[in-house]
Design a binder for this molecule. Structure first.
Ligand code: NAP
Length: 456
């Protein structure tokens, strides 16, 4: 029997093994989710909200337990894990409070006696999720999906199976119909079989472009809707009139949060020539500050990466960039065993053709790219296959806002701040960063039948 292993990335100790589910178990969970959906779709939105409020309360009550599980399985520091659980509760409450408004029927005047748009659930949805925010990524799918009347199946990243089980338990304890939300302990190779199941109506994936492309291709073959939240290489532009202390602080924070393993982490830093040296020195100081250590230790600012193989992959990208001419200003070496620790790293002189320019670096490695001026900075920012987030630093707010709104090719553009997700705002990317949106009203509308009713 095949097993998934949960390994503590700070110590390399085995935490638990979980049996991979046999096909009969998966079939049974799909059937159960469908039966639960048939009940759930008849429950009013205001009733559904009570279950989501209850889920939020459970998340708050068990915050410490869940945060410890997150830290144990994927290595983020405890304070970040606690904040993650709190954000899940917020997201549940946000949809509990606003779903009725988001899904209110829309009257549209036509020649009919009555014509309007209604929003109906689709049925069983499959969510393929990553390990980097092992609770929040799931809740930002589940809260709107369930509030809209759908059922959810979770295929979580196999290194965070403990989190997958805990999330299922939150919904069970909240009292939703049995099987309405359950996790499938299966490898990626068995996702195709779930997608093509007639009772599965749509799929959302958060993860790499490779996984996204494979899932979307299969879903396309079976004419099922997909939402894809994929990688990013967010560009942060630092203009000559920026507050450089603020820019350096925010850039380092955004690059190092979650040990650099965030899709919307700042990844490419593009100071214009006029302030290049001044910014770089401030940025170097900020990047050198964090204390690496046991993520359970409250004095540590940064834990390990989530897996040894991910650290290996990151280090190869760093070395290949250096072979092609990038200079290492800070960090850049693997730290001694045990644990998948990688230090904050700055690469300068980064240019097109290097992994640090062309690819996503999913760890605490900053790519610094010098721009001649504002136009050149915008050109470099957009010279990427990705289009998830971006940020501009300038004290001329009108100028920065215009760049954010008109010039940058990304799903979110922030001014004088770091890109973050917020249940009230839509989240998603363009280009290879994916399509569709999560969160806000746009997120809940992704998995509903936008139905026209016409009474002649
Ligand atoms: P990943 O390797 O693509 O894994 C993500 C999920 O997809 C896991 O559950 C994985 O299962 C599954 N999977 C992998 N290959 C698959 C395939 N061929 N068919 C079906 N499922 C497959 O990504 P990751 O390394 O866990 O996560 C990091 C990536 O996610 C980064 O690129 C990051 O930028 C992106 N991300 C994006 C967002 C966003 O909102 N845009 C948010 C967070 C992360 P197994 O674990 O069993 O392989």
């Amino acid at each position: 029997m095949e097993h998934f292993k949960s390994i503590n990335p700070a110590t390399e100790a085995l935490i638990a093994t979980y049996q991979v589910m046999p096909p009969e178990e998966v079939e049974s969970r799909i059937g159960q989710a469908h039966r639960a959906f048939l009940t759930w779709k008849t429950v009013s939105i205001s009733e559904r909200a009570k279950y989501l409020e209850k889920a939020a309360d459970i998340l708050d009550e068990k915050r410490n337990e869940f945060a410890r599980l997150i830290t144990l399985e994927m290595g983020k520091i405890l304070s970040e894990a606690e904040a993650e659980v709190t954000k899940c509760a917020w997201t549940c409450r946000h949809y509990a409070q606003h779903a009725a408004g988001f899904l209110a029927p829309e009257r549209i005047a036509t020649d009919a006696v009555l014509s309007y748009v209604d929003f109906q659930p689709l049925g069983v949805l499959l969510a393929v999720m990553p390990w980097n925010f092992p609770f929040y990524q799931v809740f930002r799918f589940a809260a709107p999906a369930l509030m809209a009347g759908n059922a959810g199946l979770l295929k979580h990243a196999s290194n965070v199976t403990g989190c997958a089980r805990a999330i299922q338990s939150v919904f069970e304890e909240a009292g939703v119909p049995e099987g309405l939300f359950s996790h499938l302990a299966i490898p990626g190779s068995r996702v195709a079989g779930v997608i093509e199941h007639p009772l599965v109506k749509a799929v959302t994936l958060t993860g790499s472009e490779k996984a996204g492309s494979s899932v979307a291709a299969h879903a396309g073959k079976h004419i099922k809707k997909t939402v894809l939240e994929l990688g990013g290489s967010d560009a942060y532009l630092i203009l000559e009139d920026a507050d450089l202390d603020l820019a350096a602080e925010v850039c380092a924070y955004s690059r190092l949060i979650n040990a650099g393993q965030s899709c919307i982490g700042a990844k490419r830093f593009i100071p214009v020539a006029a302030i290049y040296d001044e910014f770089l020195e401030r940025f170097r100081v900020r990047m050198a500050e964090p204390i690496l250590g046991d993520p359970f230790d409250r004095t540590a600012d940064m834990g390990p990466l989530a897996r040894l193989d991910l650290r290996e992959q990151l280090h190869i990208q760093v070395l290949q960039s250096m072979e092609k001419g990038a200079k290492c200003l800070l960090g850049g070496q693997m730290l001694p065993a045990p644990g998948a620790f990688y230090p904050p790293t700055i690469l300068t002189d980064v240019q097109k053709g290097m992994p640090a320019y062309d690819e996503e670096l999913f760890g605490p490695v900053a790519s610094v790219i010098r721009a001649k001026d504002e136009r050149d900075a915008i050109r470099i920012a957009n010279d990427s296959i990705f289009g998830l987030g971006s940020a501009v630093f300038s004290q001329d707010l009108a100028r920065a806002e215009a760049i954010a709104a008109k010039d940058l090719e990304a799903g979110s553009c922030f001014v004088n701040s770091f890109v973050r997700s917020d249940p009230r705002l839509p989240f998603g990317g363009i280009k290879t960063s994916g399509y569709g949106r999560e969160l806000s009203r746009y997120g809940i509308l992704e998995f509903v039948n936008i139905k026209t009713i016409y009474v002649a």
